[in-house]
Ligand binder design. Structure first.
Ligand SMILES: [Zn+2]
Length: 621
């Protein structure tokens, strides 16, 4: 049964010798100047040769390789400079003609690190004190060869005195230059490196311990940001155990490092890898309890991906070369299941309380409650991911965003509840994860593809059911109704009240106000509306995306003022009055809304069993 069920593509990723060997030397000494210098050397093949700059990036789910930032390119054959020409269709490809007899091709180039914009690993990645090196941003290679079959010997020169972290095997360190052990190009790109002046490496579990080597490598803009409490470290130690427990204590990595960047001026996101994750949050995240809780899903989420996304991967995301497109249709498994467990494992590990986990689920529900769900089914948010990630906030409620994350939490909760119901509590979604992701290849880095049907079959092996119909109904729905079957089956109902929910703005550092539950808008700190839901009270009164609120009930705008004014609507019979700037014109808007502040929460259904608290309970003592 297992053999047939898991018969999808198998791709060995083990470190091994291969016909193509190259070297990649990266000089990061100018990282504070926001530029990296690189030299790639590979065997020359006389005649036409094509160099390729990675385009479709694993974990980013789109063609986000930052080709616009590749600068200063010169190509040489045995030291003699060659002309290069970009391909007019595949614009990440550079053609050269290698003269007869040449043995070595060398490319020298720079990566101009963006100050703003970009996606994930190619956002702002260096500053005065930190450099996060994603090798794919500096990684030209011979096009056509499978990156898994190219051996790369890489070096990285750090700014003087900076320390380094990561899970890539180090051969030796020579002054500020790190010499890495040879590895495949695919695995090199799967192992970003942290460099920084303010650095701390915390061994959560040492090599040789029962769970194996698990390390938290941290760089920060200041030493202050590194002085977080031991209780936080202990909770992450526990999270490692809880996370491995879900998969039956089987991991597909030799060691695991969380690479954590604490900065207010670099990109903020997480990207998963087999043996590490590139996690970037605000500078105060680990010293401030509220910030720590708001971001608590991030590290468990990325760690979960080592199994769900890296080892077990949708077949459409296994492409055998960075020039080959990825198909994102199964991101509702890859990201949806991971989002459910990232939030849940933060509770099981003690990073948040079970009650705070229910608030996070409620915030998920609000985030996908926009009117766009009446035209775009959840499946299309996954299919469209390559452009939805970059679509920005404006019109997010009508367009929909990458809702397979937050709505995935609700749908997979319902799957968990359904399994418990079908098996009278004998089985849970954890059993599916252990069956589907945790197989007997403990400690080996591998990738095994799957199809939608493989997911349904494995779920049925845990609890016999028509899982295809279950998911298709939720993936194809075009309805304002939210998938709250899991919440209700768990003994709770979604309610709105004036009590704040810290998770309605989990990533916000910018003083924005989430009034989506009341007026149907999200307002940035300067008053600009960056998400207005058609059909909601504010939109009905004429407030739309890109307009800027300058006054609230006759008084100069601030989000605090707006918040007080929304609260006052509960006991007021007059409309809320705004002065709004739209381009160079001003207008007075009157919003006939009297519901007060409304934030989402989950409330116990009296008499129903509290299954959610049972789900959030720690499994490992
Ligand atoms: Zn993810």
């Amino acid at each position: 049964m297992l053999g047939r069920m898991f018969a999808a593509m198998l791709l060995a990723l083990s470190v091994q010798s291969s016909p193509v060997s190259m070297t990649l030397d990266v000089d990061a000494t100018d990282a504070p100047m926001k530029i990296l210098h690189a030299t790639a050397t590979m065997p020359a093949h006389p005649g036409p040769m094509t160099l390729f700059y990675p385009k479709w990036i694993p974990g980013e789910h789109m063609p986000s390789g930052p080709i616009a930032n590749l600068t200063g390119l010169h190509v040489f054959a045995d030291g003699k400079e060659l002309e290069w020409r970009r391909d007019l269709v595949e614009m990440n490809a550079f053609a050269v003609t290698v003269p007869a007899g040449a043995r070595t091709l060398t490319a020298r180039y720079d990566y101009a690190v963006p100050v703003a914009g970009g996606a994930f690993g190619s956002t702002a990645s260096t500053n005065a004190k930190i450099a996060v090196i994603n090798w794919y941003t500096v990684g030209l290679y011979p096009m056509g060869d499978n990156p898994a079959a190219i051996t790369v010997t890489a070096t990285l020169k750090a700014p003087s005195g900076w320390k380094h972290g990561g899970s890539l095997d180090v051969d030796r360190v020579d002054g500020d230059t790190i010499h890495y052990a040879p590895t495949s190009l695919e695995l090199l790109n799967d192992h970003p490196v942290l460099l920084g002046e303010h650095f701390r490496s915390i061994t959560l579990w040492p090599a040789g311990s029962a769970p194996g080597e698990h390390v938290l490598d941290v760089v920060a803009d200041s030493d202050w940001a590194l002085q977080f409490p031991q209780s936080r470290i202990d909770a992450y130690k526990q999270t490692v155990l809880e996370e491995r427990h879900v998969f039956g204590d089987v991991g597909h990595y030799r060691k695991y490092h969380w690479l954590l960047t604490l900065s207010d001026n670099l990109g903020a996101f997480g990207v998963e890898h087999h043996e590490c994750a590139d996690d970037r949050v605000a500078e105060n995240t680990f010293v401030d309890d509220d910030s720590a809780k708001r971001s608590s899903l991030l590290l468990p989420h990325e760690f979960f991906h080592s199994w769900n996304g890296k080892a077990r991967r949708p077949a459409g995301l296994i492409n055998g070369g960075y020039e080959k497109p990825m198909k994102d249709e199964l991101l509702w498994v890859y990201e949806g299941l991971t989002n459910y467990y990232g939030e849940l494992l933060a509770a099981r590990g003690g990073l948040i309380s079970p009650q705070e986990w229910t608030d996070e689920l409620a915030a998920d529900a609000l985030s996908v409650a926009g009117p766009g769900r009446t035209w775009r089914p959840l499946q299309d948010t996954a299919d469209s991911a390559p452009f939805l990630y970059l679509a920005g906030n404006g019109w997010g409620g009508w367009r929909r965003g990458t809702d397979f994350y937050a709505e995935g939490s609700l749908v997979w909760l319902e799957a968990d509840i359904t399994i418990r119901r079908l098996t009278n509590g004998q089985k849970t979604l954890d059993d599916f994860c252990a069956l589907f992701h945790g197989q007997a290849d403990n400690g080996r880095v591998w990738v095994k593809g799957y199809t939608e049907q493989d997911v349904f079959d494995a779920l049925s092996e845990v609890a016999r059911y028509d899982w295809k119909a279950f998911f298709e109904k939720r993936l194809r729905a075009k309805s304002t109704d939210l998938p709250l079957g899991g919440v209700e089956g768990g003994g709770y109902r979604l309610v709105y009240n004036a009590e704040a929910n810290m998770f309605t703005d989990p990533w916000s550092l910018d003083g924005g106000l989430n009034a989506l539950g009341s007026l149907g808008v999200h307002v940035a700190a300067d008053g600009t509306v960056d998400n207005a839901w058609p059909g909601a009270p504010a939109y009905a009164a004429g407030l739309s995306n890109g307009m800027r609120i300058v006054a609230v009930n006759g008084r100069r705008f601030s989000n605090d003022e707006l918040k007080r004014a929304i609260a006052a609507t509960a006991s007021s019979t007059t409309p809320l009055e705004l002065i709004v700037e739209n381009g160079s014109y001003f207008k007075v808007l009157r919003i006939d809304y009297h519901g007060g502040l409304r934030y989402p929460h989950l409330e116990r259904i009296t008499g129903a069993p509290d299954v959610l608290t049972a789900i959030a309970a720690p499994r490992v003592k």
